[in-house]
Design a protein around this ligand. Structure first.
Ligand code: HEC
Length: 172
């Protein structure tokens, strides 16, 4: 019995120490909690919110999709977006379509070319409290953006404070 009690105290003390020294298991440390490091499952099946074309260096064509929580909040005009909301931005090169232009008889058609990156905004007001409740994710070729690059997301999205850091409006 004595031995058992001693063992228990030893285990409890070690666990306590671990909790003080490092993050408890299952609780993400500051670095991993600051941005999204894994591609959310099934995003390609989500519903369309809107599209955007960026000229200049980006020269991209993007589709913004939302999971069920996002779509419901968008349709109800609910702000702030509830926890569980995920918004995806799928980016492609903005390229002319020779095929379509032949049909039109004029150079007027532009379509998504090669995919460039996929970006995400994941709402978890506890986990991502430091960045307005949003976890930002950026994946190019399936690989997440590095920490330095990921720091750029929040300061710019903060400019959309009036719409909970989200720029894209729901296209009816
Ligand atoms: C210089 C400002 C700026 C920076 C930096 C920026 N964004 Fe955005 N983002 C925008 C704007 C403006 C839009 C809406 C227009 C568009 O879709 O191109 C947008 C759209 C989005 C969307 C679709 C939802 C929404 O808010 O409209 C996601 C997701 C997103 N950005 C993620 C990111 C991630 C992840 C990063 C960091 C790697 C990032 N953004 C960096 C300005 C920025």
């Amino acid at each position: 019995m004595r031995r058992f009690t001693f063992l228990l105290i030893a285990v409890a003390t070690t666990a306590g120490l671990v909790a003080i020294i490092g993050p408890a298991p299952g609780h993400a440390d500051e670095k991993s909690a600051s941005y999204v490091t894994e591609i959310p499952q099934g995003y390609r099946d989500w519903q369309w919110v809107s599209s955007a074309h960026e000229a200049g260096n980006l020269n991209s064509l993007g589709g913004v999709l939302g999971n069920d929580v996002a779509i419901k909040a968008y349709r109800e005009g609910k702000l702030p977006f509830p926890d569980g909301t995920i918004i995806a931005a799928l980016h492609y090169r903005y390229v002319p379509s020779e095929e379509n232009n032949k049909v039109f008889g004029e150079a007027q058609s532009f379509v998504p070319g090669a995919p460039t990156n996929v970006q995400f905004m994941v709402k978890d007001s506890t986990k991502y409290a430091a960045t307005g409740g949003w976890g930002f994710g950026h994946f190019a070729g399936g690989k997440p953006g590095d920490a330095a690059f990921m720091k750029s997301c929040f300061p710019c999205h903060e400019k959309a404070k009036g719409s909970d850091l989200v720029f894209t409006r729901y296209a009816p």
